[in-house]
Write a protein that binds this ligand. Structure first.
Ligand code: HEM
Length: 574
């Protein structure tokens, strides 16, 4: 017993290995249960100590890392021009989401093309408006702010699109882009006659009440056009499609608001009602996807004849030729990882696509309805394009250059996405101008400022002028046959070709670089087809003239900024 006691008193200064070797020997010599228990206790106490030390060191290292990062952010931030922080809380309390672009505009006037704004002690916002620097930054910074990803995740669950980290979205982006663009070069175009019929039907329904609210029609057009591409045409005849549309639009109004909370606001009743809508939308999406899947399998395996009844909600039109075209089945077949919520990508694409397309459609209505001359010129272009469409190698979109330019110009003046956002998560961002943006800073591009004040737009940058995207066609080209379809002021009739808007350094409605919008080409083609069909048969007029609607508040979200005007559709004489 004595030997045990003397050993245990001296052991505290020995190494763990020595202790273990000794303990074996001494346990043999002592052999008592009490001694073994004491030994285990001591061993456990030492391990706990070691664990606590390691944890403490790791935590301290983590904190030191954070402090170093913060110090680098402060030092890096101090080198960028901009106002000093008014207090510990920065400018966060002084600016709201609504006036952020106005604040940035004033700061850019005072401090130049790159300005900083402290939003809090750890939040540095850097805004860039110089065309060259904007493009350089957007190509180099691949990660996005968590708030966009959070909005999508809160509403639809974990997905692999719209997430902050580029590596996680890259593969899915590429697949979606390829899928969306695979029909662009077909003569049939990206919008089917079924979609057009459904939109005309809605327009007639609205017109039967005397006039059409542009906001209502724009939302419907965006929803139908995208719904058919994402879910397949059968979606348009589904009995619950109207409920789906209403839910999607209601969710889109609140999504960014609820995502702006740092801590999910479980205590607010409104949040739960929002979550209820999201759950309902998820159930509806899954219900339709299941119908789609079942129907497709049945069509493939049994070569069944198409079903006609779409209203029951239990069966869909079965057309094997049509089904593989929708994105839903492709999406189901390419489920990348199990952590993704089923259908989250589908809902995300519907959400973003409808919101932004509706905003653009609404603005095009505004431009056309307030510019009768432009409408007449586009009409001539459409009629000529129709005549030429008898040729086999002819694609109408290529010839409706003024209509396409009108779409580009509307997107320029009222970008649906007012602030492009990136962050430099992994390291400092060095720009060619010599500016270094420290890691952790939030980078923004106020699209309106760049698109309305950029040097490349010349003097009329705040005017609506679709001709800025057109140049004279060479004599003898196919475009040159469109005599009179485009006209720059009434005197000089001629023909034009459409420039690639990406040639303009300051054209950013669809973003730029690795995280740019993958739906850009699809949307431009789709909207050109939709408007060509409408303008071919109808003239769009304003019911009561314009009352200040041409300058909607630009800094709000896509749907909020959508101008609402009363329009009438007057049938054209054949
Ligand atoms: C008028 C219609 C649209 C506009 C104005 C628009 C605009 C934008 C903008 C500004 C971005 C961010 C780009 C950046 O940060 O550089 C974006 C991202 C994206 N857009 Fe669109 N978009 C439209 C329609 C669509 C449609 C119809 C789809 C798909 C069907 C689509 C799919 C996407 C995707 C997947 C991203 C995310 C890219 C990423 O996070 O990596 N967009 N869009």
């Amino acid at each position: 017993m004595d030997s045990c006691a003397s050993w245990s008193s001296s052991s505290s200064s020995e190494t763990l290995l020595g202790f273990l070797l000794r303990s074996k020997l001494s346990s043999r010599s002592c052999g008592s249960g009490e001694y073994t228990l004491g030994l285990i206790r001591e061993c456990a106490a030492r391990e706990l100590n070691a664990f606590l030390w390691i944890s403490l060191i790791a935590f301290t290292a983590y904190l030191v890392g954070k402090v170093v990062k913060l110090a680098r952010l402060w030092i890096g931030g101090s080198r960028i021009p901009g106002p000093p922080s008014p207090s510990f809380y920065g400018h966060c309390k002084l600016i709201s989401r609504e006036n952020l672009v106005d604040v940035l505009s004033t700061l850019h006037e005072k401090y130049g093309a790159v300005v900083k704004l402290w939003l809090g002690p750890t939040q540095l916002l850097v805004s860039i408006t110089d065309e060259g620097l904007v493009k350089e930054m957007l190509s180099k910074a691949e990660d996005k702010l968590p708030i966009v990803g959070r909005a999508f995740q809160l509403a639809f669950g974990r997905s692999s699109l719209f997430m902050p980290c580029f590596d996680k979205v890259q593969k899915r982006r590429e697949l979606l882009e390829a899928e969306l663009n695979n029909r662009l070069h077909e003569k049939a175009g990206v919008v089917s006659t079924k979609v057009l019929d459904s939109i005309m039907e809605k327009m007639h329904l609205l017109m039967s009440k005397g006039s059409v609210d542009s906001k209502v029609l724009s939302q419907h057009m965006a929803f139908q056009f995208l719904g058919a591409r994402v879910f397949g045409e059968a979606f348009l005849g589904w009995s619950e499609v109207t409920v789906y549309e209403e839910l999607l639009m209601s969710i889109s109004k609140d999504a960014y608001f609820w995502a702006s909370y740092n801590v999910t606001p479980f205590w607010r009743w409104g949040f739960w009602s929002y979550q209820g809508m999201c759950t309902k939308l998820k159930c509806l999406t899954q219900k339709f996807v299941q119908l789609c899947k079942k129907n497709y399998e049945r069509c493939c395996h049994f070569d069944e004849k198409p079903k006609i009844d779409l209203t029951a909600g239990s069966s869909l039109a079965c057309s094997p030729a049509m089904m593989p075209d929708n994105l839903v089945l492709k999406e189901l077949n390419s489920q990348f990882n199990s952590s993704e919520e089923p259908c989250a990508n589908i809902m995300g694409v519907m959400f973003h696509g409808c919101l932004t397309s509706a905003s653009l459609i609404g603005d095009i209505f505004l431009r056309l309805a307030s510019n009768q001359e432009l409408q007449d010129q586009i009409y001539l272009e459409i009629v000529t394009a129709r005549k030429l469409s008898q040729k086999d190698d002819y694609r109408p979109f290529d010839e409706m250059v003024l209509l396409s330019a009108t779409i580009y110009e509307s997107a320029r003046l009222l970008p649906a996405w007012p602030l492009l956002q990136r962050c430099s998560l992994n390291g400092d961002l060095h720009l060619k101008s010599g500016t270094t943006i420290p890691a952790g800073a939030v980078l923004v591009v106020p699209v309106q400022l760049v698109q309305m004040e950029g040097l490349s737009w010349k003097n009329d940058c705040s005017e609506f002028n679709p001709y800025r995207f057109l140049s004279r066609a060479e004599k003898g080209s196919l475009s040159a046959q469109l005599k009179g379809a485009a006209d720059d002021g009434g005197s000089k009739k001629g023909s034009y070709v459409l420039d690639d808007p990406r040639n303009h350094a300051a054209y950013l409605p669809f973003g730029y670089g690795t995280r740019a919008c993958v739906g850009q080409k699809f949307v431009i083609h789709g909207l050109a087809t939709l408007f060509a069909s409408l303008l071919e048969h109808y003239e769009i007029r304003l019911k009561q003239g314009l009352k200040g609607v041409l300058k909607p508040p630009l800094t709000k979200g896509a749907l909020e900024q959508l101008p609402s005007l009363e329009m009438v559709f007057v049938k054209r004489n054949a």
